[in-house]
Design a protein around this ligand. Structure first.
Ligand SMILES: [Zn+2]
Length: 378
């Protein structure tokens, strides 16, 4: 379970990451503490560089200051940190207590245009540095404390492990769901995030190797067990959404049965509006200077741009191909569900990845997060 807590002081809710970190450092300085010469007081946390308990990799730069500060503030004596995902993958469970600590992830990306310009002129491509944030592991005590503080909403992100053309990884939809969850939770304010259900219903992609598909009844059983577990702990709003549009009809179909499985004071909702989703992508692509007609909904300009924003290294820029273009008729859709996606597109792409940029990806992510938050009633 991870949590995106609202900022401590009113008015800072929308503060961007840069402001937040800057304010934190200024706050420390105003309080007479230079974070980098911290007199650790009675707590005496290890002055070792904070490191990931899962990988042993050391945090660097500003993250060292953030995690030292958090360790001092909360009287932690160790300097090993885990993301929620890492803890799960190590078979970890959650401990009762407080919230995760936001650290930032700094990376660089080279926009496609810049890559092209550089290859044409022989110049070195200019990389753009950026920061992302994620939340370090919550314990069960932290979940319990969050519930007591009114964090009674929980998001269940759903994904898929399926082909996304020759240029995108199989984990596209699961990664997208992870990223959306963080943004939607922030919009909603008092929401926790359950672990993403990474595999979904992708039967129509199975002809492509690497695709893993759950039967609808398997997917429903997993969703049901998530809901009943979380309802038992006191969550009163359980919100499901999917980075994979192919899960939408299955979610819609199971919704009544999920609701019947929990007590009537627990609200369960699922976002299933594929048309609104695609519309948002088209306008986001247009707003960011891309061609909205390249949006087809699968491994297209929207999804490719999203991955260029979220995991730039995972995009095979030299493997872009045009997919099926144009609107899908009802007949074609039926054919796709029955005979698989190859009946309409030989390379697995619906839409066109050409023209994708990280900027379009960032815009698409915001647009869908906003759509979900609005639909769930932020
Ligand atoms: Zn997808």
């Amino acid at each position: 379970m991870s949590r995106h807590s609202p900022r401590a002081r009113a008015g800072e809710d929308r503060a961007n990451l840069y402001d937040e970190i800057t304010n934190k450092i200024i706050g420390e300085l105003e309080a007479g503490r230079a974070p980098w010469v911290q007199p650790w007081g009675a707590v005496k946390p290890s002055l070792a560089i904070p490191k990931s308990a899962a990988t042993g990799r050391q945090y660097s730069g500003i993250n060292v200051l953030i995690l030292w500060g958090a360790a001092t503030e909360r009287a932690f004596t160790g300097q090993s940190w885990l993301t929620f995902r890492q803890a799960l993958s190590l078979g970890g469970h959650v401990r009762k207590g407080e919230r995760g600590t936001t650290v930032v992830y700094a990376d660089r990306f080279v926009p496609v245009d810049e890559r092209q310009r550089a290859s044409e002129t022989g110049d070195e491509a200019q990389a753009i540095p950026f920061l992302k944030r994620f939340t370090v592991i919550m314990s069960f005590e932290e979940v319990s404390a969050a519930l007591a503080q009114g964090y009674s909403t929980v998001l269940i992100p759903c994904g898929a492990v399926e082909q996304h053309g020759p240029h995108l990884p199989l984990c596209m939809d699961a990664d997208h769901a992870d990223a959306l969850a963080a943004k939607v939770a922030r919009h909603l304010g008092t929401a926790l995030i359950a672990p993403t259900i990474k595999v979904g219903c992708s039967a129509h992609h199975l002809v492509f190797p690497g695709t893993i598909s759950l039967r609808p009844e398997t997917f429903e059983s997993i969703c049901l067990d998530y809901c009943t577990s979380l309802a038992q702990h006191g969550f009163r709003r359980i919100l499901l959404f999917s980075g994979h549009i192919g899960n939408f009809p299955v979610l819609r179909d199971m919704l009544l049965r999920l609701r019947r499985a929990v007590s009537p004071d627990v609200e369960i909702d699922a976002f299933c509006d594929a048309i609104a989703w695609i519309d948002k992508w088209r306008s986001a692509v247009r707003d960011a200077g891309g061609d909205p007609s390249a949006v087809g909904g699968h491994a297209d300009i929207a999804e490719t741009s999203l991955m260029m924003w979220l995991r730039p290294d995972s995009v095979r820029l030299d493997r872009f191909e045009v997919g099926y273009l144009g609107a899908l008729s009802e007949q074609q859709l039926q054919l796709m569900w029955k005979n698989g996606i190859k009946s309409i597109t030989h390379n697995g792409i619906i839409g066109d990845p050409h023209g994708s940029t990280a900027e379009i990806g960032a815009r698409c992510l915001e647009a869908i997060a906003d759509l979900l938050a609005t639909s769930f009633g932020r």
